[in-house]
Design a protein around this ligand. Structure first.
Ligand code: FAD
Length: 455
């Protein structure tokens, strides 16, 4: 699979030049290899409008750590990211309250998808050993030989070969389709019964944010919800998540406005009636998929990012996890050596797939938390308890959200940690309850004896 000559540069094909692919190209080029990046779309840096998913994304420590390693954290976070310190919950009556994300000073950052992708492409382009091939769609590949066939924009077939193929071509990965033809490849996908559609709250007439920009705003409504993240130009990207049949019911502007009047009355003024109707009917709701697979490696190919683990967006971890893949893979290359891919690829996949599966599960769980639990007293009481415990014992009691978002604790250990905390809390409640009952029994017994003595 690899050259015996440790000085020889490897020829690396990165298939998919989205967020993870463009970062991975930087990583591999910085290791000194010759990188060919193939991307289905034209160069987004030359496009007026880039079609596709979510306009902005929440970036947290895992994504930041991966960017830091290639020297891009400051350009993306410090110069561009908008810090969000808390969730701002919008009640039905228009009143709001905040739930901080972590300790004072801890925040996540709203970043523009296009901006991040462009910064990463620019950084890759500056490296002399990266070559871009836009408008190249992977149509076939032999994973053992490392050969690939692409269709370019003229409809011509282009053949290529690499020592290592990195499949970063997203949730519907064409590279992963090649894995599926091979034995012992496990794959599962789930479309959740929830769709999403993006709307926009514009900047105010004076060019300011119409809501507190230090928060991610949430309108939880039980089985559905709406969220909003701030953009650099003081506008907001609003995402409406709900079951498809609810979208299908909203067939006319009147029905749409009545729906918003019932469930999101405070947002109508912010979005504006005309804009709400125009944006809603201009777009079709998109589905949300969760994909798990194992192994992430086959022959000379490795899957990274959504190609390996697409998740629903409710933990804001898809990009973060994909960026962390690049960092973890880099650590494995450091440990085993670049010319030892026979060891690196299986070792990486054994290590990483448990975490990929764990974050896919956590992301599904967080949908319930965001749309429903945040409204419940028991949830808020537990959050307060966790926050107090974390303040008292910062290294011993790390709440789930903190471990996922503000630490690089392995995702599957975040779940283990939460299970352990749940056991402690259950025992605490049980022993407090037992002590309260025992005290009540003793008090009643003594009182009866006292009364018997009196009469
Ligand atoms: P993609 O971004 O999908 O890139 C794949 C690339 O491969 C694309 O450029 C595509 O054109 C190219 N490609 C596809 N097929 C081929 C082919 N056959 N040949 C060549 N190229 C090909 N994550 C977060 O961390 N925080 C968030 O707040 C967040 N919010 C989200 C909100 C929504 C509504 C959604 C849907 C997702 C959200 N995510 C978030 C997840 C995040 O968008 C993804 O995890 C991230 O985009 C994955 O990056 P990727 O490079 O693996 O895949």
């Amino acid at each position: 699979m690899t050259s015996q000559d440790p000085q020889k540069k490897l020829k690396i094909a990165v298939v998919g030049g989205g967020l993870v692919g463009s970062l991975q190209a930087c990583y591999m080029a910085k290791r000194g290899h010759q990188v060919e990046l193939y991307e289905l779309r034209d160069d987004i840096r030359l496009m007026e409008h880039v079609p596709g998913r979510s306009i902005n994304l929440a970036m947290s420590i895992r994504g930041r750590s991966a960017l830091r390693e290639v020297g891009l954290e400051d350009e993306i976070i410090k110069n561009h990211g908008l810090p969000m310190e808390a969730r701002m919950i919008h009640r039905l009556d228009g009143s709001t309250y905040q739930i901080p994300y972590g300790k004072k000073g801890q925040c996540i950052y709203s970043v523009g998808r296009r901006f991040v992708n462009e910064v990463l492409l620019n950084a890759a382009e500056k490296l002399p050993n990266v070559n871009f091939n836009f408008a190249h769609k992977l149509v076939n590949s032999d994973l053992d030989k490392g050969t690939m066939t692409f269709k370019n924009k003229h409809g011509e077939l282009v053949e290529s070969q690499a020592d290592l193929i990195l499949g970063t071509d997203g949730a519907y990965s064409a590279i992963r389709k090649q894995f599926m033809k091979r034995p012992r490849f496990n794959f599962s996908q789930e479309y959740i019964p929830c769709y999403y559609l993006e709307l926009c709250i514009p900047a105010t007439a004076s060019g300011n944010f119409a809501m507190n920009p230090k928060c991610l705003h949430i309108w939880p409504r039980g089985s559905f919800m709406m969220i909003a993240l701030p953009n650099q130009d003081a506008s907001w990207t609003v995402t409406l998540f709900m079951p498809h049949d609810k979208f299908e019911d909203l067939t006319t502007p009147e029905k749409l406005l009545a729906f918003f009047q019932t469930h999101y009355p405070d947002s109508i003024l912010l979005i504006g009636k005309e804009r709400l109707v125009k944006d809603f009917f201009a777009t079709k709701p998109s589905g949300l998929i969760s994909v798990k697979c194992y192994p992430h490696q086959s022959g000379k190919a490795l899957l990274l990012g959504d190609a390996a683990h697409a998740m629903v967006p409710f933990y804001g971890q898809g990009m973060n996890c994909g960026f962390e893949d690049c960092l973890v893979f880099n650590e494995f290359l450091n440990q085993f050596g670049d010319h030892n891919l026979e060891k690196v690829l299986p070792a990486y996949t054994e290590y990483r797939h448990v975490d990929a599966h764990a974050i896919c599960d956590l992301a599904l769980y967080n949908f319930i938390e965001m749309r429903d639990l945040v409204n419940r007293f028991s949830f808020l009481a537990r959050k307060r308890f966790d926050t107090t415990m974390h303040w008292l014992f910062p290294n011993w009691w790390v709440p789930l959200y903190t471990s996922v978002t503000f630490s690089r604790m392995r995702y599957h250990l975040c779940i283990e940690n939460k299970k352990w905390q749940d056991r402690v809390v259950r025992k605490l409640i049980w022993s407090t309850g037992t002590a309260a009952v025992a005290t009540a029994v003793v008090v009643v017994y003594n009182f009866r004896s006292y009364l018997q003595k009196l009469f």
